[in-house]
Write a new protein. Structure first.
Length: 273
């Protein structure tokens, strides 16, 4: 049974990546480039014209988004080429569920004036040294320890953090739309990267605090009969939204739940002030 669990965990890793950070695991096409340039241009125009009260520029968000060293036991990295997904690459079989499909994949919600993103990876605990004591023959205990080490290495949560700043109440509307989608689509829907959508079988609300408003959910998808739990959280501080989309490879293999990345959420919320 233990060997089966390890094998299922490893095979399910790709499912988790596709369900959340599809391009971070396999790359994306270059279709999002024009859209990102358009957003950047819009941000520069907003900055030069003087952003609305509370709205922040790209440069300001870059100073507020998590940096390496901000979260103990976690590595914070900028997104590389092909690590992001554009809105036009995402589809949903139900229009009302589109905000959820976007949030899971790190696509900024609504129509932000500026955005900043990071990938935050929990560093797994190092397994204790348990060799064979000089013997070349592996014992049953050695095999179990090896499997435990593999499971421990996989039991690390990766979170896409997306900061977005909005004008004219856009942050409140984006969060409200996400709440509505979570309620309307709790029975399930199919959404994700076009041509490789994931079947969401259930959405359950989680408890989270922070900022002026906060909400969180466990989103359970199904891949080849296996359950893949994902975590989605959002915190609003003024005109800025922080969206956290998380997966855990070990949980993807076992179908078991995992905890919200509270340390990541709290650290980012603190930086928002």
């Amino acid at each position: 049974m233990r060997s089966t669990a390890v094998r299922r965990t490893t095979l399910a890793a790709s499912a988790a990546c596709l369900a959340l950070l599809a391009t971070a695991c396999g790359g994306s096409d270059s279709g999002g480039g024009d859209e990102e340039k358009a957003k950047a241009g819009k941000s520069e125009k907003s900055s030069s014209a003087g952003p609305a009260a509370g709205a922040k520029t790209s440069a300001e968000l870059e100073k507020l988004v998590l940096a390496d060293g901000d979260v103990e036991g976690h590595k914070v990295e900028k997104l590389g080429a092909g690590d992001s997904v554009s809105a036009k690459e995402v589809s949903s079989d139900k229009d009302e569920c589109a905000p959820l499909a976007h949030a899971q994949l790190g696509v900024p919600l609504g129509d932000p004036a500026a955005t900043a993103q990071r990938i935050v990876t929990q560093e797994p605990e190092k397994p204790a040294d348990s060799g064979t004591g000089g013997s070349e023959e592996l014992t049953e205990e050695d095999l179990e320890n090896f499997e435990d080490a593999i499971m421990g290495a996989l039991d690390a949560t990766t979170t896409m953090v997306t900061l977005s700043s909005y004008e004219d109440g856009g942050a409140q509307k984006a969060l409200a739309d996400l709440r509505t989608a979570a309620e309307s689509c709790s029975g399930g829907f199919t959404g994700g990267v076009k041509g490789d959508g994931q079947k969401v079988t259930g959405i359950e609300e989680e408890k989270v605090t922070g900022g002026e408003e906060a909400a969180a959910w466990t989103v359970t998808s199904e891949q080849e009969g296996e359950k893949v739990p994902l975590k989605l959280a959002v915190v609003r501080q003024g005109a800025t939204l922080a969206v956290f989309s998380s997966f855990n490879i070990a949980a993807a293999g076992s179908g078991e739940d995992f905890d919200l990345p509270t340390a990541v959420i709290e650290a980012q919320t603190e930086k928002l002030g």
